[in-house]
Ligand binder design. Structure first.
Ligand SMILES: C[S@@+](CC[C@H](N)C(=O)[O-])C[C@H]1O[C@@H](n2cnc3c(N)ncnc32)[C@H](O)[C@@H]1O
Length: 233
């Protein structure tokens, strides 16, 4: 592992929700299985990234590993990384129980993972980049760009705030109220923590960062709060 200067960002420090707590990890996994159609998500991401069975794919911030598990059925290898060792161990157990042998798990993140083999055909990250402040997002995206092969695709999905909002107080209040009604108190509370303590940025900043590091943005989709960027090197 390369030596970083003392001012380098410590990405292992937990920001907002603590994903080094096993109970939080178990609850997160259950909640996501309930709220998300992960099979559908994985199929759509696979299509967007054109993943084929000879490809090597990197997933950054894999969490409990659901996407990595699904993608691994359609490519040569998935490298799944996360700064939470508890998340990685949790995902590893799942992979073992499903007899998935082509996923490599590493306890590392955007700013610390060193790829020692060939460049990746595709890189994906969901709901993880917002853990870094904006300058470090740019450093992270430069590293992503560097680890991709020429013409390779990068799929980024994250909480990104729209800039066309006049009244952010009402905007966030409405999101939290709707979440409370549809999913209950827990996710609404986590969203409050997210807005208050995590580093979600604005749409124009995210697009600027992606372009600045050299990506061509092929498409952007946003439902207001969560944005998906399909990028090409
Ligand atoms: C909200 S969860 C998302 C997990 C998964 N990608 C999903 O879509 O369900 C955020 C994950 O990002 C991880 N994470 C936070 N900062 C990170 C970083 N700098 N590099 C890699 N992963 C990070 C956390 O440990 C956590 O597992």
């Amino acid at each position: 592992m390369s030596q970083h200067p003392r001012w380098y960002y410590n990405e292992f420090k937990q920001i907002g929700i603590d994903y080094t707590d096993l109970k939080v990890v178990q609850a997160y996994d259950l909640c996501m299985q309930k709220l998300r159609d992960i099979e559908n998500e994985a199929n759509s991401i696979r299509g967007l990234l054109n993943i084929s069975d000879t490809d090597i794919v990197l997933e950054i911030g894999t969490g409990s590993g659901e996407l990595a598990l699904k993608l691994s059925a359609h490519c040569r290898k998935v490298v799944a990384i996360d700064i939470s060792k508890i998340m990685i161990d949790f995902a590893k157990v799942k992979a073992e129980s499903q007899k998935k042998t082509n996923i490599q798990f590493y306890n590392a993140g955007f700013l610390t993972y060193e790829n020692c083999t060939e460049p990746f055909d595709a890189i994906v990250t969901q709901l993880a980049l917002h853990h870094l402040p904006d300058y470090w997002k740019m450093m992270a995206l430069r590293r992503v760009y560097g680890m991709l092969k020429e013409g390779g695709k990068f799929y980024l999905r994250d909480v990104v705030f729209p800039s066309m909002v006049q009244d952010y107080d009402s905007y966030f209040d409405e999101i939290i109220t709707k979440l409370k009604e549809s999913t209950g108190d827990e996710l609404a509370k986590e969203t409050e923590i997210h807005i208050r303590e995590e580093f979600s940025t604005l749409d124009w900043i995210m697009e600027g960062l992606l372009k600045n590091v050299g990506f061509h943005i092929e498409s952007v989709k946003s439902d207001g709060f969560i944005a998906c960027y399909l990028c090409k090197k």
